[in-house]
Design a protein around this ligand. Structure first.
Ligand SMILES: N[C@@H](CCC(=O)N[C@@H](CS)C(=O)NCC(=O)O)C(=O)O
Length: 224
């Protein structure tokens, strides 16, 4: 089965698929697109004009959750829980992960200090909800086994690694379970390999170009 993951260097949804592929030791080629100037071949295979797209032989699959579910059925080992109710629960929290990504976009695009703070508060309360459902059997979302829902949250935490390196405060100080989970995900080989070595520089540049409150704060700190 020949697999090609159509990617963008910063896309957290692409990372989900890349992590699931790595967890399954699947051989995959990556092809990168410029989302600011989408080529015709990409628009022809991506109905929503978004990354990721997984080409299975010549068949394009779009939507990261669908891609991850397909891979889980097609390529062993299974990452989703076997239990039906647990699997449904994991899928629900994968959806929650997408709403966290939307709030992160609202955070780095916030036009002013008040909006930035509102998005920060929103992020904190979303992670507090996660803190309440994370298991005491650590370190992953479902306990000891790495599951697809973990692949959804690893790229979420990667944003905060860069935000903190750029001087933003740690949101998770009062969330011990989230902290353990975040640290375990950051160490996982599949997670580390999902982005290029220049990810941090690329994301920093992207954040600086937003024209947002966060862009101004980062620029001011770097100018110091
Ligand atoms: N629901 C989609 C979201 C994918 C998505 O938003 N991708 C972004 C990059 S991270 C994209 O391609 N944006 C380009 C655009 O919307 O024009 C998924 O889960 O695959």
């Amino acid at each position: 089965m020949h697999l090609t993951l159509i990617s963008h260097h910063l896309c957290p949804y692409v990372q989900r698929a890349a992590i699931v592929l790595a967890e399954k030791n699947a051989v995959v080629s990556r092809r990168y697109v410029d989302l600011a100037d989408k080529p015709d071949w990409f628009l022809a295979i991506s109905p929503l004009g978004k990354t990721p797209v997984l080409l299975v032989q010549d068949h394009p699959l779009f939507e990261s959750a669908v891609i991850c579910e397909y891979l889980d059925e097609a390529v062993p080992p299974r990452l989703h829980p076997q239990d039906t109710l647990q699997r449904a629960r994991h899928r629900a929290w994968m959806e929650f992960g997408s709403t966290v990504l939307n709030t992160i976009a609202g955070f780095y695009n916030a036009p002013d200090a008040a909006t930035l703070q509102a998005r920060r508060d929103e992020l904190q309360s979303k992670f507090m909800q996660l803190e309440k459902v994370l298991p005491t059997t650590r370190p992953y979302f479902g306990g000891e086994r790495f599951c697809i829902v973990d692949a959804v949250f690893a790229p979420v935490f990667r944003y905060f690694d860069v935000f903190e390196q750029l001087g933003e405060p740690d949101l998770f100080t009062a969330m011990p379970r989230v902290r353990v989970w975040r640290a375990a995900l950051a160490q996982r080989q599949s997670v580390r390999q999902a982005v290029g070595i220049d990810y941090r520089e690329r994301l920093t540049q992207f954040l600086l170009e937003r024209g947002s409150e966060l862009s101004r704060r980062i620029a001011a700190r770097r100018g110091r």
